[in-house]
Design a protein around this ligand. Structure first.
Ligand code: PGA
Ligand code: ZN
Length: 423
């Protein structure tokens, strides 16, 4: 039998020493699943509510109340539910709070149970989470988008934009994709050191270089040089992606590039991004404007035609926001962060709606993450096409890459390259 027997949560730590919710769901047949949830730093206002304790413990970041909710209200509600029945657990979880963003129980509490129950069901079926979510057939491995240089809220604002990433668009396998990106990261570190940036030995929150190399354009220049130094062809083999995380630049009446001492309007920021796209092999840009500027986003998507325009804070993995976005053609791709939504069912629904609209989908980790690797299985099982986990340093990042390498080496897989047709 695959009914839920027992749900136990506890407080764990994420990669920034902040408490997070961990949970084990056990079934009546003896199988079980465990999950630890991640947490963002550049969070959007429309994300599922992250319940924190306040007070002195962990600077107010404790999650004992969320843990308590799992061990009482959530456990009571899901005990006896058949975990093998698709969506059964999530449908119960989604009804419990009364608030669509889980303001009372905490999205962190709800997600821990959702993922642990999904894993328990996979364990009961004797298959991986990826296989259970995907069903039969070759498992589609996603194209990775890998952080090389960090800025914004992840690197003490060393540069203004949050992420400069590489996309191994010419790779033939997931293993080759990672090897190329590792080469570029190392070359970027060496070049930055040679340029006199001693801080290039330090890493930012997502394992990228957190080095103040000058302005955004200097950082892009460094990245393109690093691709060449790695012996790879910019554009054909290694392309560039940017997460502007523009919410973080918004002052209330404009976008402030503090590292460059400039203030821009929405139109000027899009012009600036269009300039980067013209001068460098940029194939993807994320959060180009703040989360409430729907008209600005539609203008940017038109202006940046041919480039993947990804909404992260804009959509916050929320159904109605995505519907608004597809109606307005405010982007052409969605970042899917399950903790922005709250349940696996909810996040998958957003991903599938985006796909039905002809949009690309990118499954993403958070800047505060853990050694847990379930995100890799989601990206594969949902056929997301792309995955973004941060860089190749630090084990909470490598856990996901290593899980994808394991699947490529041991399961029936196919490496999906969504850029093949484009390049
Ligand atoms: P976050 O950053 O987890 O701090 O929100 C990740 C991103 O913006 O993509
Ligand atoms: Zn983002």
């Amino acid at each position: 039998m695959t009914r839920i027997d027992r749900v136990v949560a506890w407080e764990a730590l994420d990669s920034r020493a902040r408490p997070t919710v961990a949970c084990r769901v056990s079934l009546s047949d003896g199988s079980s699943g465990r999950a630890v949830v991640p947490s963002g730093a550049s969070t959007g206002s429309y994300e599922a509510f992250e319940l924190r304790d306040g007070g002195d413990r962990y600077f107010g970041m404790g999650v004992r109340r969320a843990v308590e909710h799992v061990n009482t209200t959530l456990a009571d509600a899901v005990t006896g539910v058949d975990a093998a029945e698709p969506d059964a657990v999530d449908l119960v979880l989604e009804e419990l709070d009364g608030d669509s963003r889980y303001a009372r129980l905490g999205g962190n509490a709800v997600l821990a149970v959702s993922v642990a129950a999904g894993r328990a069901a996979a364990a009961a079926a004797g298959v991986s989470l990826a296989r259970r979510l995907h069903g039969p057939g070759a498992l589609p491995l996603p194209m990775p988008m890998i952080n090389i240089i960090s800025g914004g809220a992840h690197a003490g604002r060393a540069i203004d934009i949050q992420d400069l990433l590489v996309v191994p668009v010419g790779a033939d396998s997931f293993a080759q994709a990672l090897e190329w990106c590792a080469r570029v990261r190392e070359e970027a570190r060496r070049l930055a050191l040679a340029d006199g940036h001693a801080a290039a030995v330090l890493v930012a929150d997502e394992g990228g270089l957190g080095v103040p190399v000058g302005g955004n354009a200097d950082a892009l220049e460094l990245l393109t040089r690093a691709i060449e130094a790695a012996g790879l062809t910019p554009g054909a083999q290694l392309a560039v992606a940017i997460d502007v995380a523009a919410n973080q630049l918004w002052t209330g009446d404009g976008y402030e590039l503090a590292a460059e001492g400039r203030a821009l309007t929405a139109g000027e920021l899009v012009d600036e991004i269009a300039g980067w796209v013209a001068r460098h092999p940029v194939v993807s840009v994320e959060d180009v404007l703040r989360e409430d500027d729907w008209e600005g986003w539609a203008m940017a998507t038109e202006r940046l035609a041919g480039v993947q325009v990804v909404g992260d804070d804009l959509f916050a993995t929320d159904h109605s926001r995505l519907a608004e976005g597809t109606r307005r053609q405010a982007a052409n791709a969605v970042l899917v962060k399950v903790n922005q939504n709250g349940t696996l069912r909810g996040a998958r629904g957003v991903l599938e709606s985006a796909r039905r609209a002809g949009w690309a989908t990118v499954v993403s980790a958070r800047s505060g993450d853990t050694e847990d690797d379930w995100l890799a299985d989601l990206a594969v099982g949902w056929g997301a096409g792309q995955i973004k986990v941060g860089s190749l340093h630090r084990s909470e990042r490598c856990a996901k890459w290593n899980r994808l390498l394991e699947l490529e080496a041991t399961a029936d897989t196919v490496f999906r390259n969504p850029w093949r047709e484009v390049t």
